[in-house]
Design a protein around this ligand. Sequence first.
Ligand SMILES: [Zn+2]
Length: 80
Amino acid sequence: MPGMNCETFGHFLGCWLDGKVDGSTRVALQAHSMLCPDCRQLHATRESLRRIVDASNADEGMPTFIANIIANTSSARRGT
Ligand SMILES: [Zn+2]
């Protein structure tokens, strides 16, 4: 995929974690995450949070503190 960058990575990250991207997109995402420490960290964070959220959803939905963490993570690259 041409034009893979941090913005595109962030755009597709949720779909990637959902397993909804096609093979070539997934390869491009993996390639970018290997080259870009920021996006690699973002992926690792989202993936681990996602496991917690999935486990929590089985019981009582997303706890507020996790929602806050995700919100902070999503906006961490903006500002300053
Ligand atoms: Zn990046």
